[in-house]
Write a protein that binds this ligand. Structure first.
Ligand SMILES: NC(=O)c1ccc[n+]([C@@H]2O[C@H](COP(=O)([O-])OP(=O)(O)OC[C@H]3O[C@@H](n4cnc5c(N)ncnc54)[C@H](OP(=O)(O)O)[C@@H]3O)[C@@H](O)[C@H]2O)c1
Length: 214
């Protein structure tokens, strides 16, 4: 597929590199320097190139949206017409200093995005995973016991495409339901982030998810 990356930082840079290495055609866009985008594209191999957000969006089958919440309107504006596009969002509605969510409980960043671009098809994925693990998951992708990754959205066909990309990275995709489930996965992402970044002195959490068959 042709995958446009809107936001080529920790998440967009790594996921775009993995998508290119997995065989997709990738355009990296939206960073503060064109040199950085070119370097990312070079490191990702022959399937990747650098471009502007509108170039990344124009022919894309899928757009990965990976910007800080404060950059959302700007990147959407630069991307141009997004009607009918599948937007995979990992962006969390964080405040300026990344200490808390500015949308939660009764809505989510993903649902707010869906209202901003009503004619696009939104799937929320990859937001529950720290970027640091992505290359390791990709390197171990052929192992039988893959880590799970939840995603949600309202359009079945778009979710199938998203599930394929999640599998390409090395996760076992778990369909968590409609887009409104993002209001539960987004706060969970903060918990995962706290556990990941606070180091040994931070809190510990033991959990087990079980899937119940009907
Ligand atoms: N990092 C994680 O582990 C993680 C995990 C789950 C979800 N998320 C969410 O995913 C989203 C992206 O996170 P991230 O950590 O990848 O962020 P990031 O590293 O800051 O990447 C954001 C991208 O936006 C670019 N950018 C910022 N301001 C810009 C401007 N004025 N003009 C042009 N480009 C600009 C940055 O450019 P530069 O590259 O030049 O800085 C960077 O490429 C956020 O919503 C975050 O909450 C992150």
């Amino acid at each position: 597929m042709r995958v446009g990356i809107l936001g080529s930082g920790l998440m967009g840079g790594k996921l775009g590199t993995i998508f290119a290495r997995a065989g997709h055609e990738v355009v990296f866009s939206y960073a503060r320097s064109d040199k950085k985008l070119e370097r990312l594209a070079r490191d990702a191999g022959n399937n990747a190139r650098a471009g502007k957000p509108d170039e990344a969006a124009r022919d894309a089958d899928v757009l990965l949206l990976a910007v800080h919440w404060s950059r959302m309107d700007d990147v959407l504006h630069q991307a141009g017409e997004l009607s009918g596009k599948l937007i995979l969002t990992c962006s969390l509605p964080m405040n300026a200093d990344n200490t808390g969510l500015i949308i939660a409980h009764t809505s989510s960043g993903a649902e707010t995005l869906a209202k901003k671009v009503p004619k696009a098809r939104i799937v929320c994925a990859f937001n529950t995973v720290p970027s640091e693990v992505l290359f390791g998951v990709y390197a171990a992708r052929r192992k039988a016991n893959r880590p799970s990754l939840v995603y949600c959205g309202d359009d079945g066909r778009s979710k199938e495409v998203a599930a394929g990309l999640i599998r390409d990275v090395g996760f076992d995709p778990v369909d968590a339901g409609p887009l409104r489930i993002a209001r539960y996965t987004e706060p969970f992402a903060l918990l995962v982030g706290q556990l990941a970044y606070e180091g040994k002195g931070g809190p510990e959490l033991a959990y087990r998810f079980e899937r119940f068959k009907e």
